[in-house]
Write a protein of this length. Structure first.
Length: 402
């Protein structure tokens, strides 16, 4: 089995881990694998096989060369990197269920956060390879078919040189080698359009920028803590707290490029209501990750204009289930009105023979408090239902229904 590299992970795990380490160092969280499209995982992988897949990941340690690479970025505190060097990822549990199995991990938040990308990548890749073997199609045939599809996408992107995008596919890739091949091909064919990759190992390997900022879990975890402490405006208060902590940590480094606001955790309407004007002027962009990207961008334009902010000095980052034609449509719609950038993943790194399963790895509780997401897309609401109802009521109290 190929040894797992610590940096074979998404950049936002690192940026979030440092913030959590500094501000929420003792919080204990639980993560769980969520199968959004009810893919029959257990028809292809047993619980025992999944345990064997994940065991070597849990033993991963950061290497001296990887640590030197991170120190050279100028983004991370020495004390944090020193603790990262000795950190042990908490164990995972593969739990058998009536439908097959699920996976959970519990531990200190800034340490457990490292499980998301490698766990999803390992399970997705193993599942896809089992399906491929069952179909009777060889791996070489699948690669040739995948390359033909990739090259067609590259040729289409060459016709739209204004489109800038980052590769965001590590969590749902066909394999590590395939993702590496895709990034290498993109860099060679589209050097002025590929902005970077979210995968830190590949960024190091190919000399590309590491792209990514934050995920929903930051807002979910802190909102649950604020609710448990009785804050009257918990959803708005916790959002502002995270944004201030993020800006304090990353606002003056890397030309402020990490100041990109993921707005849809409890609805973009709520997020924009609590996004302070002075902060909005400093933050370089907002990320759309659910709902209709065209409607989202039009809402942003109206919001910026109402506050006297020039939208051309900011950008919208789209990252929800993208394809190349969809990117072109969005870019054309906002041309000359709002800069648009893209983070595209699954459609680049797992588009060979079979559709990739829609697996996510979500924080489900923090310090024994249930954690909830209310996306701009109701289909992405998280469980449990009783907690969702409470969060919807809290959101409505603030006058910010979806």
């Amino acid at each position: 089995m190929t040894q797992h590299a610590f940096l074979d992970n998404d950049f936002y795990a690192l940026t979030m881990a440092q913030l959590i380490w500094k501000h929420y160092p003792h919080q204990v969280v639980t993560y769980e694998l969520i199968n959004r499209d009810d893919t029959p995982l257990s028809d292809y992988l047993t619980a025992g096989e999944v345990r064997e897949l994940l065991q070597p990941i849990q033993a991963t340690k950061i290497s001296p060369a990887e640590l030197d690479y991170l120190r050279a970025q100028g983004l991370f505190e020495s004390d944090f990197l020193d603790q990262l060097a000795t950190m042990q990822m908490p164990p995972v549990q593969v739990c058998e269920t009536a439908d097959g199995w699920t996976v959970k991990a519990q531990g200190i938040w800034w340490q457990a956060i490292w499980w998301e990308t490698p766990a999803l990548a390992a399970i997705t890749s193993a599942y896809q390879h089992r399906r491929l073997a069952e179909s009777g199609i060889s791996l070489d045939q699948a690669h040739q078919y995948g390359l033909a599809k990739l090259d067609a996408k590259i040729e289409l992107l060459k016709q739209h040189p204004n489109i800038r995008f980052a590769e965001f596919g590590a969590r749902r890739r066909f394999s590590r080698d395939w993702q590496q091949l895709v990034v290498e091909r993109l860099q060679g064919q589209l050097p002025h359009q590929l902005a970077g990759t979210s995968n830190m190992m590949l960024a190091q390997q190919f000399g590309l920028p590491m792209i990514g900022t934050m995920a929903h879990q930051l807002f979910m975890g802190t909102a649950a803590l604020a609710l448990s402490q009785g804050h009257q405006h918990a959803l708005g208060y916790s959002q502002q707290q995270v944004l201030e902590q993020w800006e304090d940590m990353y606002g003056s480094v890397n030309d402020g490029k990490l100041l990109v606001f993921l707005t849809d955790t409890y609805s973009t309407r709520l997020s924009l209501r609590y996004f302070q004007l002075e902060m909005a002027e400093r933050w370089v962009g907002m990320r759309q990750d659910s709902g209709d990207p065209i409607a989202y961008g039009e809402r942003l334009l109206g919001w910026y204009f109402q506050r006297g902010i020039d939208p051309m000095q900011h950008f919208m980052l789209c990252s929800d289930s993208l394809t190349v034609p969809k990117m072109i449509e969005i870019a054309n719609h906002f041309q000359g009105r709002l800069p648009v950038r893209f983070g595209i993943g699954t459609n680049l790194v797992n588009d060979l023979i079979h559709d990739a399963p829609h697996l996510v790895w979500k924080i489900v509780d923090i310090d024994s408090q249930p954690v909830v997401k209310l996306s701009d897309d109701p289909g992405k609401f998280s469980e449990p239902a009783a907690a969702v109802t409470r969060y919807v009521q809290e959101r409505e109290k603030l006058g910010a229904a979806a």
